[in-house]
Design a protein around this ligand. Sequence first.
Ligand SMILES: CC(C)=CCC/C(C)=C/CC/C(C)=C/CC/C(C)=C/CC/C(C)=C/CC/C(C)=C/CC/C(C)=C/COP(=O)(O)OP(=O)(O)O
Ligand code: 1GP
Ligand code: MG
Length: 227
Amino acid sequence: MTQLTDWKHVFKLDPDKEISDEALEKICESGTDAIIVGGTDHITLDGVLDLLSSIRRYSVPCYLEVTDAEVLTPGFDGYLIPMVLNSTDKQWILGQQHEAIKEYREVMNWDEIFMEGYCIMNPDCKAFKKTSCELPLDEDVLAYAYMAEHVFHLPVFYLEYSGTYGSAELAKKVKNELQNTHFIYGGGIQTAAQAKEMKEYADTIVVGNSVYTNLKEALKTVKAVKQ
Ligand SMILES: CC(C)=CCC/C(C)=C/CC/C(C)=C/CC/C(C)=C/CC/C(C)=C/CC/C(C)=C/CC/C(C)=C/COP(=O)(O)OP(=O)(O)O
Ligand SMILES: O=P(O)(O)OC[C@@H](O)CO
Ligand SMILES: [Mg+2]
């Protein structure tokens, strides 16, 4: 199975959104490196389990991005745990994680768990509002990337523009800041050209909403970064 550090392209599917069997087949058979199941709002255990069982018809690796401890469930190939570095509220950096660790530490297998240092850059997205983020300047983002690698030794730094296409110039600067921490970019990728541009700098690009709005174009992003 492809390791997270080898991922070039992933699709992120939201258990709160409808997807047809036909669309799911195209996504899972697209050649993407993995599917991440995750979202910010209305994430229920039933929704997560339904999506997991549909994805399990295919061989693509499937990871859960844990945004609510209530939906933690076995059966995924791996678990991604966000820490929102530009949140102004400690609960989204360490607090929720701390509470969950008290409950789950006995069953935590660190070979399949990856902490993600998030920097959320779109003030209009749900995750930015929910986690009371402040919009960082470029120099702040670079300092967060530096902290992710050298202070917290996080396996992943995630530059998140959910819902809007971000700055490739900033992504380039972030890449230059990271040597060991894996760099994920996500947000607003709708076309092959955008996927290619961000993949110049990010180790992995994530395509989310556009699978629900223009699947045909979204599928082209896979080939664009794998050539
Ligand atoms: C039982 C079992 C199998 C256990 C396995 C062991 C295990 C994995 C234990 C984990 C324990 C642990 C530390 C859990 C953490 C729990 C937790 C709730 C952490 C907080 C995470 C967090 C900071 C969430 C905030 C929201 C956030 C950052 C979401 C990230 C995803 C994101 C930005 C989505 C984009 O928004 P989207 O929803 O797509 O927006 P649209 O709908 O507008 O598109
Ligand atoms: O939905 P989009 O904007 O593609 O963003 C993907 C992902 O980074 C969301 O967490
Ligand atoms: Mg989404």
